[in-house]
Unconditional design. Structure first.
Length: 203
């Protein structure tokens, strides 16, 4: 743009020198894109880093307390036994342990309610008579035993002392009973599909 004015003022020779210097300057600009012309706006190089942060002062007491807490946790983990993988087949869901009834009972009629009340009263009277009969039997047996011991003591003091000794063969009392319901020999299990829901654990 300023080349024609330069030709008029300085002549063709001076204009040629300026034109050659302009070409050299443009070539340098192409070689390095960070360079800027003296006649243009100058731009600074971008700072490819964040400003330095202020260093935090470390409290020795807090650092020591944190290290002690870590050591305590490590010792606690070393003392604790290895956690076993839970077996879901042996875990009973809480919904099966709930004794709340799902179905609501139907309302009873007046006749059925009176019949059940009468049966309950009869059952209570029967159990009372049974309990009284058992108590009378026990009392008669205890009285007969005491009478026999008194008669034995009149006969021989040694036999009486031997009779009132504790029988060591009765204690401790041990008895083996079935712990589970025995399987039914004629039971046929229904056929069906099995969905394997076993979880896999990775260590």
């Amino acid at each position: 743009m300023w080349a024609p004015g330069a030709f008029n003022l300085l002549g063709s020779r001076t204009a040629g020198v300026l034109f050659r210097s302009q070409l050299i300057w443009n070539g340098q600009l192409r070689a390095n894109h960070w360079q800027s012309s003296l006649l243009e706006l100058r731009t600074a190089l971008p700072m490819r880093a964040e400003p330095p942060r202020k260093k935090k002062r470390v409290d020795p007491k807090k650092d020591y307390a944190q290290r002690e807490r870590l050591k305590k946790k490590i010792r606690k983990l070393e003392r604790a036994a290895q956690e076993l993988v839970p077996i879901e087949d042996f875990i009973i869901p809480f919904r099966f342990m709930d004794e709340k009834r799902v179905r609501e009972p139907k309302p009873l009629s007046l006749a059925e309610s009176e019949r059940r009340t009468k049966v309950l009263k009869q059952w209570a009277a029967y159990k009372q008579r049974q309990d009284m009969a058992e108590m009378d039997t026990i009392k008669r047996l205890v009285a007969a035993q005491e009478q026999a011991l008194r008669e034995l003591r009149l006969e021989s003091e040694e036999l009486y002392q031997a009779a009132i000794l504790r029988d060591d063969c009765l204690f401790p009392f041990d008895r083996q009973e079935p712990l589970h319901t025995p399987p039914q020999a004629t039971y046929e299990a229904p056929e069906g599909k099995c969905n394997d829901l076993t979880r896999t654990y990775t260590y």
